[in-house]
Design a protein around this ligand. Sequence first.
Ligand SMILES: [Zn+2]
Ligand SMILES: [Zn+2]
Length: 299
Amino acid sequence: MTPEPFTLTTLGTAGGPMQNPDRAQPAFLLMNGTKPVLIDCGDGAMRQLKRAGIEFRDVAEIFLTHHHFDHIGGLFACIGINMMTMRREPLTIYGPAGTAQILDGLFAGCDVPNAIGFGVAGQVMPHPREFVKVREIQPGDVLTSGEMRVTVCENTHYRAEAEFGKEGPVSLSYRFDTPDRSVVLTGDTGECRALEELARGADLLISEIADLDLTMQRVRARNAHMSDAQIDKIREHLSSHHLSPEQVGDLATRAGVAHVVAVHFAPGVATPETTPSYAARISAMFEGRVEIASDLSTY
Ligand SMILES: [Zn+2]
Ligand SMILES: [Zn+2]
C-alpha cells in the first residue's frame, strides 16, 4: 500500500559503512502529496522502495544529505535500473558540491551496459546522462517542489561551525515544509546551531543518533590490531560528528519540535534490549513524543 500524502517512511535505518543484518542502509521516502521523493540512497534503497509500495520509476527527485558511502551506495543501481527499463522522464538528483562528480563517474559506469542493451539489434537504450539532472545545492538554498518547500543548512558532520563557508566538503540537513506538516532530517551531524534553527517548530524531526560507548566497545573488540591513536581518532569522530541520545533530546527541546524519530544505527546498536534505554535518554532531555525507528515505519 502506498504511504499517505506528506508522510515520511524510513526505508533504511542503518548507519555507518558496515552491513547491518537487521536494517537497510540510509534512505527515506517522503510523499510530496502523491509524488514519492527519496532522501539519501544507501545500498538496497531500490528494494526498500518496492517494499514500501513505491515503483522506482515514480521517483523523480532524490535529495542527498552527504557523500559518505552508506548514504549513496544505491545510486548506481537506481540509475541503472531506470536505464534498463527505458526511463525518459527526468530524474533530478540534488546534493552538496561533489554530487555532479559522483554522477559523472556513475554515468561512465553505465556506458558498457548501455552499449550492450538487451542484445537486440537496432535497439537503443536511453543513457542516464540524458534523463538524470544533477543540481548541486548550497547551504541556505530554498527550493520548491510542487506544494513542498525545501530548505537546507550545513551541519557539523564534517567540521565545526566556525569552518562553515570555507573550502571543503559539506554535509547538509534538510527541512521539508508541506501544506500539512514540516519534516526535518538531520542527516549525519554533531551538535549544530544552524540545524537547531532549521528545525525550529518542526512537527517531525528524523534524527541520527550514536551510542559512543557501545560503538567504541565493538570497535575495540573487532579491531585488536588498531593502535590507541587510531582508536582515539574514531572516538573523536563519533563524539564531535554524531549525536548522543542526550544531544538528540536537547536539540529537539531547543528547536521546539513535536516528535523525534531516531535513526542511523550501527550493527547491533539498537536491539530490543538497548532500544528502551535510548528512548529514555532522549526523553530525559525532551518532553515530546520519541520513537526509535525500524525500517519501513511510516510517520
Ligand atoms: Zn551515515
Ligand atoms: Zn556520514
